[in-house]
Design a protein around this ligand. Structure first.
Ligand code: SF4
Length: 321
């Protein structure tokens, strides 16, 4: 069997734990400042308002610092269901808590602590992973997240950048700049928090040139992880309006494959490639249609890179760091 041409998340977890490890994804009831909180914004143009669970009235998480009983019951139910499924299906033994919906640090630090502590108390976890936005990270939040390392947990933050071009961030209404992203990223690194950078390839107005520039910028930060997503157009999104008018193009499998190979070639060899494609239901998105499934894309990418005799880091420019 050929050696893997890139450092996949599966390889990383296997190296670290010796056996497969599994994420327990939890919606902890946080909202997103880009969709709520006085900005009167529809959020990122590709955001599907119903893409994440919406069991709670999302009010900035600025309720009490305590975790109310309804939220506790919901988190407990989500955990129980996920762990039961993972044990039954995969005989899972190693679990990673993943606070995934909306912005996982969008609340006052005391409330965040209460929610995190409760969620972590429900299962024996090896890692604590939080997905969030740059404008939801500051010193207090970084300090709080770092405190979980002292409890023996590996702590990761998945931080959304999407593109290293401010013009694009504006166009997709991200609500933050590249500079704000970098400030949050550096703060997390200062606190020794492993950081995975979220990127979307094929955003409006972007092609291979922009993918190269974004990848070069991210590679220069030397992150512990990256997550790549292909652009999706949910029916229930602002982007769909532009798509209907023919104003945007969405990369097909072939184009996206080129983007991902380019990005992987530019990343440092030690950066874990934690994700390759976006997940959404085919019937909930206008485009892309007929895109390969996750495993199919992984297999295609792997065989294409082997065929081209290329590998992660082949074009990594150390002078960027
Ligand atoms: S940051 Fe995420 S949840 Fe918030 S508007 Fe953008 S896509 Fe939606």
């Amino acid at each position: 069997m050929d050696k893997d041409p890139f450092y996949s998340y599966g390889s990383y977890l296997k190296q670290r734990y010796g056996i497969p490890a599994f994420r327990v994804g939890i919606d902890a009831g946080f909202s997103c400042p880009n969709r709520s909180g006085g900005r009167l914004s529809h959020g990122c143009s590709y955001c599907d308002a119903f893409g994440a669970r919406a069991m709670y009235q999302r009010t900035e998480g600025a309720l009490s610092d305590a975790v109310d009983d309804d939220l506790k019951a919901d988190i407990a139910e989500q955990t129980e269901k996920a762990v039961r499924f993972l044990k039954k299906r995969y005989s899972a033994e190693v679990f990673l808590l993943y606070i995934q919906a909306f912005s996982g640090t969008h609340a006052e630090p005391d409330r965040l602590r209460a929610v995190y502590d409760y969620a972590l108390s429900l299962q024996n976890y090896s890692e604590f992973i939080v997905s969030t936005r740059p404008d939801c990270i500051d010193r207090d939040r970084a300090e709080l997240l770092a405190s979980y390392k002292e409890k023996g947990l590996d702590v990761w933050v998945e931080l959304g950048l999407q593109s290293a071009h401010n013009q694009t961030l504006k166009r997709i209404n991200r609500g933050h700049s590249v500079e704000e992203f970098e400030e949050a990223y550096r703060l997390l690194q200062d606190y020794g928090i492993k950081t995975a950078v979220h990127l979307i390839f094929g955003l409006p107005g972007e092609g291979l040139k922009e993918v190269r520039e974004t990848s070069g910028y991210v590679a220069g930060l030397n992150p512990q992880g990256v997550k790549f997503h292909n652009l999706h157009v949910p029916y229930n999104s602002k982007l769909y309006e532009d798509y209907k008018k023919g104003l945007i193009e969405v990369p097909d499998t072939g184009q996206y494959l080129e983007y991902v190979i380019t990005a992987i070639e530019m990343m440092p060899g030690k950066t874990v490639v934690m994700r390759l494609t976006c997940d959404s239901r085919e019937d909930e998105r206008a485009a892309p249609k007929g895109f390969l499934k996750k495993t199919e894309f992984y297999n295609l990418l792997r065989s294409e890179m082997i065929k081209r005799k290329t590998f992660q880091g082949r074009l990594y420019d150390k002078s960027l760091i």
